[in-house]
Design a protein around this ligand. Structure first.
Ligand code: SF4
Ligand code: F3S
Length: 285
């Protein structure tokens, strides 16, 4: 199963390299960065195969993406308005969305001299989108944006868009392969197989623990007493058993390493428990 998942994950990404050549018209993309740290955008810059330039020039037609676009102010917002007229529109949301009396904590732009809140923008664009993707743990579950005591009353994209199906790509940040793989799958096939939490099964089908290189130590009950030891990190607070993501074999930074490979615990950053329930991340007692 795990081997199939690995092959399927690389296949989706490989197919992304060919899709651009075949596509007559690329889908329009509106990426709304709401109440987050912009870590999802930074993580996307780390994509390498295919890389960000390929994604932006060959796979999708980026119409609005504050961190990467040249236009600013009303000119930028006009691009959202135009994109809603496209037949094939993908909406990506990164960050939590403040609601109610704290809605104005996230203003994503101005239009006709009026501020537009993240909540208004997400609600409006969603009506026209063929696919909606929440990228990162904040957009997927609330994450750090909604951490106790949640002063901005932030919600996940699905909480704000109850009447729609939102694909979740959690992670703090998410891995660029998870997003690009999902995008290429939905562009080519119209859908991707999701689990009970609406995460793509190919990237979130199994726990970190199932594929961890220290699993042999866990099974033989050999546990590290402090960071830097080679044994299983469970007694130091590792959340690998509670967290589903492909980190052990996708790895990070061009597959160079990953948290447990670098002698730290899995904090469960891709889990709905992050951060309130999964903390403390390291148990020093
Ligand atoms: Fe599981 Fe964490 Fe131990 Fe790895 S280090 S075997 S993920 S508990
Ligand atoms: Fe996050 Fe754990 Fe992967 S902390 S990056 S889900 S190993």
């Amino acid at each position: 199963m795990s081997c199939q998942q690995k092959i399927l994950a690389s296949w989706y990404v490989d197919r992304a390299l060919h899709k651009g050549e075949q596509a007559k018209k690329k889908p329009a993309l509106v990426w709304l960065e709401t109440n987050g740290c912009f870590g999802e955008s930074i993580s996307l810059l780390n994509a390498d195969d295919p890389d960000l330039v390929y994604l932006l020039t060959q796979l999708v037609e980026v119409r609005f993406f504050t961190s990467l676009m040249g236009e600013t102010g009303e000119d930028a917002f006009e691009e959202i308005v135009k994109a809603t007229q496209e037949e094939d529109l993908i909406l990506i949301v990164s960050g939590g969305i403040p609601v109610g009396e704290y809605e104005t904590c996230a203003i994503i732009g101005h239009y006709e001299d009026k501020p537009v809140t993240a909540y208004q923008a997400v609600q409006t664009v969603a009506k026209y989108a063929k696919h909606i993707i929440a990228v990162g743990t904040c957009a997927s579950y609330g994450g750090p944006c909604a951490a106790h005591p949640n002063p901005s009353n932030s919600k996940s994209a699905q909480d704000v868009l109850k009447e729609y199906s939102v694909i979740k790509i959690p992670g703090c940040p998410s891995h660029p392969t998870w997003l690009i793989g999902t995008l290429s799958a939905i562009i080519q096939f119209g859908s991707i197989e999701l689990d009970e939490e609406n995460r793509p099964k190919v990237f979130y089908g199994e726990t970190i623990h199932n594929h961890c290189e220290r699993r042999g130590y866990f099974d033989s009950q050999q546990f590290a007493k402090k960071l830097g030891e080679k044994e299983c990190l469970f007694q130091l607070g590792c959340k690998g058993p509670l967290t589903k993501a492909s980190c052990p074999y996708t790895r990070w930074n061009s597959s160079l390493n990953w948290p447990i490979g670098d002698n730290t615990t899995c904090m469960g950053c891709a889990s709905s428990l992050f951060p309130d329930i999964s903390s403390p991340y390291v148990n020093f007692e």
